[in-house]
Design a protein around this ligand. Structure first.
Ligand code: COA
Length: 229
């Protein structure tokens, strides 16, 4: 079973995409102060609906998205697509927005921009003591980070599970989950991705079976809107 990862650039944003969002999603986006944060959030929500619509009978605007937070019931949690058999994950960083969609099992996607990261400051919260001892370079550090954040997004725990307590293989080795706190045998298929120059990304899928991962530019999907030129 495959997993498709769509990559959009913030330049792909068009105001028409706003009309795809639910009132709750629109209100959330409107509360963001920085225009770039708003664009990233709208692009993620629109991509989710367009990609799900391409796999179901629903039109993009009619796709039902549940974002109920498992901790407080506000609509800011992990997005699910009830009744479709589809699993999705959204990520954004800098100029990129990603969406992973699969029928295989719950999925987690993470992208990070390489420039401007404070490795020294972040290492204690991201790297396990044994990983810190390797003193990874910025690329290696972000390989660890994205692999781990992809995994905590598959479980829905997010950063409630400390990344430093999740162990994954090192940057020179094929991506794999080694241990997850409190879950002795968490099956996870993990893969590094190639979103764009200057970014690192990884996807995790909660299954022991290998999954074919396809990366695609989202421009074609975003042009599928009926009112696009
Ligand atoms: C999920 C999380 C790791 C993402 O971190 P981030 O730096 O914002 O990174 P990303 O851009 O990669 O991901 C953001 C996306 O993750 C998704 N997301 C939110 N909560 C999630 C969760 N618990 N599990 C998986 N995905 C989640 C959303 O789709 C969000 O994007 P959107 O709101 O635009 O749709 C982080 O936000 C987190 O840990 N959230 C949970 C914290 C929590 O439980 N708080 C309690 C609130 S009451």
């Amino acid at each position: 079973m495959d997993c498709v990862v769509w990559w959009a650039r913030i330049d792909d944003y068009r105001p028409e995409l706003d009309s795809l969002l639910s009132p709750v999603e629109s209100a959330r986006a409107a509360r963001l102060r920085q225009p770039e944060d708003r664009v990233r959030q709208v692009l993620g929500a629109a991509l989710l609906r367009l990609a799900a619509a391409s796999q179901t009978e629903a039109s993009a605007g009619a796709v039902v998205v549940d974002r109920t937070c498992s901790r407080c019931a506000e609509a800011h949690g992990r997005p699910t697509l009830p009744g479709t058999g589809l699993h999705a994950s959204i990520t954004h960083s800098g100029g990129l927005v990603g969406l992973a969609l699969t029928r295989a099992a719950p999925v987690g996607l993470d992208v990070e921009r390489v420039s401007g990261i404070d490795i020294e400051g972040l290492s204690p919260s991201v790297l396990h003591a044994s990983e810190r001892a390797e003193s990874p370079n910025p690329s290696g550090f972000l390989t660890y980070w994205t692999r781990k954040e992809a995994v905590v997004k598959t479980t829905g725990d997010g950063l409630n599970t400390a990344l430093a307590d999740v162990q994954v293989t090192g940057p020179m080795d094929p991506a794999a989950l080694l241990s997850y706190p409190g879950r002795a045998r968490l099956p996870a298929y993990l893969a590094d991705l190639h979103p764009a120059e200057g970014y690192r990304a990884a996807v995790a899928i909660l299954t022991a079976a290998p999954v074919g991962v396809l990366e695609r530019p989202a421009s074609r999907l975003l042009c599928a809107l009926p009112f696009s030129p």
